[in-house]
Design a protein around this ligand. Sequence first.
Ligand code: ACO
Ligand code: ZN
Length: 282
Amino acid sequence: MQDHEEATKIKTIRNIELGGHLLQTWYYSPFPREFHVDTIFSCDFCLDFFLEKNQKDLHVLQCILKHPPGDEIYRDEKLSVFEVDGYLQRKYCENLCLISKLFLDHKTLRYDCSPFRFYVICEPRPTCFQIAGYFSKEKGQVEQNLSCILVLPSYQRKGYGKFLIEFSYELSLIEKRTGTPERPLSDLGFRSYITWWTQKIVSILLESEDQTISIQNIADLTSIDQNDILYVLENFKILRKNDPNSKPFLFTQKEYLEEILNHIGKPSKKVIRENIHWVPHM
Ligand code: ACO
Ligand code: ZN
C-alpha cells in the first residue's frame, strides 16, 4: 500500500541545483512542504537545501565541509570514496536520501538512515571533493551488500555506476562473503548490474586456464552471489547441456566469450584493490 501511495505521488520539485549543474528531477521525493517549488538549491558538501540561490551561495561561504563527513577509504588518480555513518551523520544522510529519491521511483524512502552506511564517490577538485554518487549498505546485513545506488544524472554513463558496484563487491571480498543487491532493481540498476556481472564473470572464464572452474570458484573470486552467477551463465548460454538428461557444463570457447564481452558495453573503470583502506565493521 505504501509503495503504491509513493509511486502515485506527483513530483513537487522540478529542478535541483547541485554540483554546478541544474538537474531536472525524475520522481517525487518527500521534501518538506515549503520546498515544493520549481527549483531548489543544494550545498555540494553538507547537502542542505535552500529556496534561493543567494541563500545557498551565502551558506557555501560558511559551510565547513569540503568533502562528505566521513573517512576517505579509497583514492586513485580520478576518484575518492568516503564512508559516512548514517547514525553519526544523520542530517547529511537524510539529505542524501531525499535528493536520491528525486531520481529513484521504485523505492520507498527510509526516514531513518541510522541502520545504513553510505559510500560516497567524489571527484577531487583543487580545494574540495565533488559528490558524483553513492551506494548505501545496511549494517549487519549478511546477504545484501548494497541497498541503494545512485549516480547523479550529470555524472551518469561515465562508468561510475559500475565502479560503485565493483566497490560493493570489493568490500564483500574483504568481508569474505558473497553479496547481492537489494531487490527490486530499477531498469537502469538492472542494466548496470547485468553489464558488470557479465564483464566480471566472462573475464574470469577467459583468464582461467583451468577448464574445471566451478560456480563456487567464481563466487570465491568475485563475491558475486551464486544465483546471480547462474543467472548470467544461463542468460548468455554459457551453462549448457548436451541433452536434457545430461550434466550441465560451462561452454568456455574463447571466441564465444569474447563475442559476449564485445557486445556488453565499455570496460569498467577499475577499482584499484590496494587503494582501499577499510576493515569490516564488527
Ligand atoms: N541506457 C542504456 N543502458 C544504460 C543506461 C542508459 N541510460 N544507463 C546505464 N546503462 C547500462 C549500460 O550497459 C552501461 O554500461 P556502458 O556505458 O558500458 O554501456 C551500464 O548500465 C552502467 O553504466 P555506468 O556508466 O557505469 O552507470 P551510471 O554511472 O550511469 O550509473 C545507475 C548507473 C547508478 C543505475 C544510474 O543510472 C542511476 O543512478 N539511476 C537512477 C537511480 C537508480 O535507478 N538506481 C538503481 C536502483 S536499484 C538499487 O538501488 C538496488
Ligand atoms: Zn553546506
